[in-house]
Ligand binder design. Sequence first.
Ligand SMILES: Cc1cc2nc3c(=O)[nH]c(=O)nc-3n(C[C@H](O)[C@H](O)[C@H](O)COP(=O)(O)OP(=O)(O)OC[C@H]3O[C@@H](n4cnc5c(N)ncnc54)[C@H](O)[C@@H]3O)c2cc1C
Length: 445
Amino acid sequence: MKIAILGGGISGTAVARMLARDGHDAVVLERSERAGGLCQSSRFGEFTFDNAGGHILFSKNKEVLDWQLDRCGGEAGTVRTERNTKIRWHDRWVPYPFENGVGHLTKAAIVECLAGYVEAFADRRAGAECPPNFHDWVDWRMGAGFAKHFMIPYNEKIWECDLHRLSSGWVAGRVPEAPIEDILKSAIGFDTDGYTHQSVFWFPRHGGFETLVKGTIAGGGFDLQTGVSIDSVERRDSQFAVNGELFDLVINTVPLPRIESAIADIPAEIRADIRALKPISLVNLMIGVRLDEPLPDLSWVYLPFPEQGPVNRVTYYSNYSPENAPPGHGSFLAEVTHRGDLAPDGAWARSVVERLGNAGILVPEHVVLLEWCDNEFAYIDQDLEFQDRIDRVRGWFDTSGYITFGRFGRYEYHNSDQCIARAMEVREHVRTIAASGEPARPTFS
Ligand SMILES: Cc1cc2nc3c(=O)[nH]c(=O)nc-3n(C[C@H](O)[C@H](O)[C@H](O)COP(=O)(O)OP(=O)(O)OC[C@H]3O[C@@H](n4cnc5c(N)ncnc54)[C@H](O)[C@@H]3O)c2cc1C
């Protein structure tokens, strides 16, 4: 089949590679001058940075992890790291996850966290139901102490809103529950590991995270067209016309609000739903520093408190690969979310660096490079109406002959590995269509 793939991020390029392997004529149409989307990296002098915050290669799915590592040159092309993440809790460094680091807090905070946790645990045992909004979910699941000392301030920073207006649905399955024994042990000074998810991760040795996309394109066997604005997508009998050119199938990975106006046959009520899908944006500060001594052996650090400035997470980026910064230097990525109301400039960036200095992350006088990248689509605003809205949107696409997937092509809170897993599902779906000749409804696990 001749297949148009809209968007050249990891979702679009991965599915194009897989479909080309199956013998299809796959054409990726990408609006930017370079493929990569959220996986793009930038080079400034001898520094390399990722554009959309700290990215790591990791998957629970072995087939997907192997696929990712193969695209990045295997073990030789990647650096393997044991994750070491901390929370900057006032003047302390508390191991992450917070429940397992509770013993590192002040005695008063330990008591508040434990008392709240036991109370919440007892309430749940007595049948307290999972609340629909995220703020109350935090209390229900973690208790008032953990809520006050980390969960609420951190999440208010990253989601940039009152947490009562967010749904609790998105955390299901994402936040593993620490056994109560671990929390008690940690409180009296025993180290517990917490969740072992991502305890080891990989990163491309050269070129930043974008190497994953470059390795997907190289030898991929598909046609990548960049700098293409997609103005019209419409049905012509059993085919689709994209900017007037005929294709047998259209696979969308472009953020839905950016493609909706081009797709002619979307009904008005679905259009309204798509327009209500607001993203949360991310300014990613790229900071190069001169070093008198090596950076601490940290992967990333969470900054939950307003007095630490607007950054919610700092990645110790030169620890991911020695090639990310020149000798004698180190680098950080600092992530600041916003809802379209931040216009970063030099003065703002320097003020953020000052706050990072006050928080003990870096020495502002040692900064030799300061750049930033504003990413409009970074996180999904999972408000209380989100699930119903996105169910209607996905339902329309899935029954109308289009395939849509990707972080914002389907509005799934997915990392690149899950996008690749979805691409594998789409490949299977296209195999079904190719075998039967029927435009079957896609099934996603
Ligand atoms: C802060 C942060 C940290 C993350 N950390 C990790 C991590 O550690 N590990 C990990 O694996 N993943 C991580 N992710 C997730 C990862 O970045 C995404 O899952 C992945 O990049 C999404 O790829 P995609 O192709 O679905 O979407 P995108 O990368 O958004 O690609 C969509 C493409 O569509 C193009 N486009 C837009 N409009 C049009 C148009 N009109 N016509 C044609 N093309 C258009 C865009 O230019 C873009 O190239 C992180 C994301 C964020 C924001």
